[in-house]
Design a binder for this molecule. Structure first.
Ligand code: FES
Length: 149
């Protein structure tokens, strides 16, 4: 069993989405978690409900799907792009509508164990919760001490 413990399934479900920043090579990657809404049965609403992780960038243009103020907007089992409204399946990352039709979000490997969500993607190293601060405000990631190398 390995992986960095990100948060709990309950937190993701309550907030609707949850974001973190990770390091991949020389680059920082924004990632967001969403509950996978399509898998019915026992998993629905349980502590081990599936959660998916997606790179926080629309496949159409350089647009965040998860924004710090509002999180990711989900509707009917899809994440909706705030710019042109394309909807991506929360479980599959695929899009069949609008400007981003025919594309799929890049997925990041996570696992749910005992109600917690773990980052298990070998390519990414967890940096901090939330997105990089692009405004240069004091509340930026520099205040975080979660850097691990
Ligand atoms: S930027 Fe997302 S649909 Fe255009």
């Amino acid at each position: 069993m390995s992986g960095y413990r990100l948060t709990t399934v309950e937190t993701v479900r309550e907030r609707g989405s949850w974001a973190f920043t990770a390091r991949e090579g020389d680059a920082d990657r924004e990632v967001f978690l969403v509950p996978c809404a399509d898998e019915p049965g026992e998993a629905e609403g349980s502590a081990d409900q599936p959660v998916r992780a997606w790179i926080n960038r629309c496949t159409h243009e350089d647009q965040r799907l998860y924004r710090e103020e509002v999180g990711a907007v989900t509707r009917g089992g899809s994440v909706v792009c705030p710019k042109h409204g394309s909807a991506f399946d929360t479980c599959e990352g695929s899009c069949d509508n609008g400007e981003a039709a025919g594309t799929t979000l890049r997925s990041i490997d996570v696992e749910v164990r005992d109600g917690a969500v773990f980052l298990t993607d070998d390519d990414l190293t967890y940096l901090y919760e939330g997105l990089p601060d692009e405004n240069g405000d004091d509340e930026g990631p520099a205040s975080s001490s979660h850097l691990t190398f």
